[in-house]
Design a protein. Sequence first.
Length: 353
Amino acid sequence: MLSEAARAVLNDEGRIARRDEWFSRMSDLFDGRKNPYNDRYVFTLRGTVPRPADGGLAYREPGKWIEACLELMASRPECTDNRFSPGCVEYPIYGVHFIDRILGANVFFKDGQWNASYLTTPIGELSFPDLEKDETWRMAREATEAFLAAGVKLPLFGLPTLSSALNILINLYGQEALIAMAEEEEGVEHDLAVINDLIRTLHRWYREHVPERQLQPVISWARTQPPGYGQLCGCSTHLISGPMYETYIEALDDALLGEYPHGGMIHLCGAHLQHLAAFRRMKNLRAVQLNDRAAADFAAYHKGLREDQIIYLNPCKEMSAEEAIRISGGERLVLCVPPSLPHLSNAPEKPSL
């Protein structure tokens, strides 16, 4: 059971008000409103996600793992510098293979990370799982229920990696999924529909149970959005052509983000510019998150996306924070600042670069 001391810290009205003020500033950015301070406002973000040293506790006793996260969060000093630093609890079981396991894949830990064996059943025969009997989903529900039972209003609650239809199709079938997209249209469409239906079902469950003010999708501490926005993982879109994305994936991704009242974000980490026209068309796509290879293409995204689409940037060797600000003037930009990079000011003065 969460200690009363921790509960008091995590319900502190002053801390909640500061978090909500940052949410208000971020909402201004998403809504295209000028900030109240000046014309050059660089929004920087780096939250915290305390986790117990015993990672196995998340699998043995999800509720106790959540309580341990909350105790750690309450024991650490609050970040008061000029960037948005939300405290987040995120239940990360099975990494990017959370959905794979629910769909029957053998998920195992090897070489420091979770892996999954490909399904041996043919593409086109995937079935919607019985969630009431699924052990992985039971654990995720138990963790969520423990968070809600703690009765704390400050922390954000991040989801397991619900991913995206394309990512999961490739997780389940590997290169055979890509071959089938060229040769077995009907089977691919069937399996993609099952996967997307499952992911959307889980998003709806979380939206129905977790307060909107606290609910965030995956990597909640570095991709925090205003309340009411969703997210999907677009990593594997770099493996397919623009026409293939338009044929198979675009409508599914847009529908998934449409589960949230304000749409949401797609995470990108490879070479994805072949989909820029599709991203611009998707009415529910409100933000793209760029890191690694994708971050190098920041200028093309900033020029090619709609005016109401925000870019979250993890600076990299090819695209520094300073260069991104020069290109964008700081507009439509959220800088995800790693600890090694001095953060740029969100204070009511122009940043000194």
